[in-house]
Design a protein around this ligand. Structure first.
Ligand code: ADP
Length: 308
């Protein structure tokens, strides 16, 4: 244990780490210690830790979790992170919290700003989901869990398509693409946007095959017409052709959404990744300038902090 931090109690357990609440002794600041077991490391596990450290060290942004420090003990690698007591999944599941359109706009803005910073630094997150969008005590949303992140630097390198938690997985990944772009993160944000409005997961596939069915039923079937080249992807088979949902159908699905909110969601969930919005286009969309304006983080904090 480093003498600079105290470790107080366990607050969570991830795929390869245990997370504790702790304190930075010098300042009294709350921190999270993510303890990664290095003892019995097998391939892959250690890479997650290395990636998380590498990418977080490269980035500093108010909508990305801050890596405060890294230290090692005999058996563990410890990441010291800012302590973020809640996440968007917890908030969406807590039916005692009333979520307004302006709150959703604020979370979308913070998510896209954080993601814009990742993408500008050529970092793909590859695992965006409500549970990885953490919320600070002051209402700031911060993108966390960079264990699956990858650098975009090398265009011809094969990437694994087994990324992004199933419900948020873009169609190119469902069809096994080995070359993909920032568009996979944009898809995930579009699906999270839908989930915020519905307050229930939008495309909850039961397994990988079902995920394709659920996705094409909701958003239409990719074909050579709407996505040139799709039939060359390794996992693409002849699929039942479902039409793209009509505007009216979308209005019925999201009765509270404005026309600009639907436009933005549509543009982030275009089947063909080359036609999908990037963070710049999304941030410039009319949705963010029309009324209501995004809720102030401080105001968001007041409603999310008193959730229990
Ligand atoms: P995953 O569940 O995606 O594997 P992590 O390994 O990053 O996530 O974290 C496991 C759990 O620990 C999270 O679900 C969350 O409850 C908690 N946690 C992670 N990071 C923090 C943090 N910075 N502050 C507070 N709690 C955290």
């Amino acid at each position: 244990m480093s003498e600079r931090y105290s470790k107080e109690k366990k607050v969570g357990e991830g795929t390869y780490a245990v997370v504790y609440l702790g304190k930075q002794l010098e300042t009294g600041r709350n921190i999270a210690i993510k303890e990664i077991k290095t003892g019995g490391f097998k391939d892959g596990l250690d890479m997650s830790a290395i990636r998380e450290v590498k990418y977080l060290q490269e980035m500093s942004h108010e909508n990305i979790i801050e890596l405060v420090d890294v230290f090692s003990t005999k058996d563990n690698l410890n990441l010291v992170l800012e302590f973020l007591p809640s996440d968007l999944e917890v908030i969406l599941n807590n039916k005692k919290i009333t979520i307004l359109p302006s709150d959703i706009k604020s979370w979308m803005l913070m998510t896209l700003r954080g993601l814009h910073h990742c993408h500008r630094n050529s970092i793909l997150h590859r695992d965006l989901k409500p549970n990885n969008l953490l919320i600070s005590p002051t209402g700031y949303l911060k993108i966390a869990d960079f264990g699956l992140a990858r650098s975009l630097g090398t265009p011809n390198e094969n990437l694994t398509s087994n990324v992004v938690t199933r419900w948020y997985r873009a169609p190119e990944l469902l069809f096994g693409a080995r070359h993909y772009t920032v568009a996979v993160d944009m898809w995930a944000v579009g699906i999270i946007f839908a989930e915020m409005m519905l307050r229930t997961p939008y495309l909850p596939g039961k397994d990988d095959l079902d995920q394709i069915t659920v996705t094409i039923q909701a958003l239409g079937t990719p074909t050579e017409d709407n996505w040139p080249g799709v039939s060359t992807l390794p996992g693409y088979n002849n699929l039942t052709v479902f039409p793209k949902p009509s505007r009216n159908e979308l209005r019925n699905r999201f009765p509270a959404a404005t026309e600009s909110a639907l436009d933005l969601m549509n543009s982030m969930t275009v089947l063909d990744p080359s036609k999908r919005f990037d963070t710049t286009k999304a941030l410039l969309s009319k949705y963010f300038t029309e009324s209501p304006s995004p809720t102030d983080p401080q105001e968001l904090a007041e409603k999310t902090n008193k959730r229990d």
